[in-house]
Design a protein around this ligand. Structure first.
Ligand SMILES: [Zn+2]
Length: 173
């Protein structure tokens, strides 16, 4: 195990976890962070044991996301986002439906899709509006359907997301 962490050998990822007592963090064997002083390292066979020992995941190797088991609440949250393109979801509602706290939700979204849950929801809404326009809606009603009160706000958001104006979709139709 010492060899594996010294060589950052990813073959051992998930086979054991290396906890560092002094920092309170546990790592995958492949972690590229600076090798800790070996006398402070404790090895664990499972992630659960490392957590039970009081250690937390490493930001660098994302040890808490390996193996990448997605939390149960995630599909619920994403489905709710898809089913509510009108923009009437906020972070309070996300915590309510998931039963988890907002910082955990934010962290998962950042790791998985590289953006905040609200930014991800906005993207889904704008994609929904794009489909509406492509299937014949004018962009005033498409924008209204996804919760934009003003067409200029919608156009701006749309352009930012897709790099093109909603009007150009109508021209392509
Ligand atoms: Zn690490």
């Amino acid at each position: 195990m010492v060899n594996a962490i010294t060589e950052c050998d990813s073959h051992y990822d998930g086979k054991f976890y290396a906890g560092v007592i002094t920092t309170g963090i546990y790592c995958l064997p492949s972690c590229k962070a600076k090798l800790p002083n070996l006398e402070n390292v404790v090895f664990f066979n499972t992630r659960e044991e490392a957590i039970a020992f009081g250690l937390r995941g490493c930001k660098r190797c994302k040890s808490e996301l390996f193996p990448n088991v997605l939390p149960n609440w995630l599909p619920t949250v994403i489905n709710q986002m898809k089913n509510n393109p009108n923009g009437k979801l906020d972070e309070d509602k996300l915590t309510g439906m998931s039963g988890t706290d907002i910082s955990t939700i934010r962290r998962y979204f950042k790791d998985l899709v590289g953006m905040s849950p609200m930014a991800f929801h906005r993207r889904l809404r704008l994609e929904h509006a794009k489909k509406l326009i492509q299937s014949g809606d004018d962009y005033f009603s498409a924008g209204y359907d996804i919760g934009y009160e003003s067409s200029s706000g919608f156009m701006e958001a749309f352009k930012k997301e897709f790099g093109t104006s909603p009007g150009s979709l109508i021209d392509d139709r």
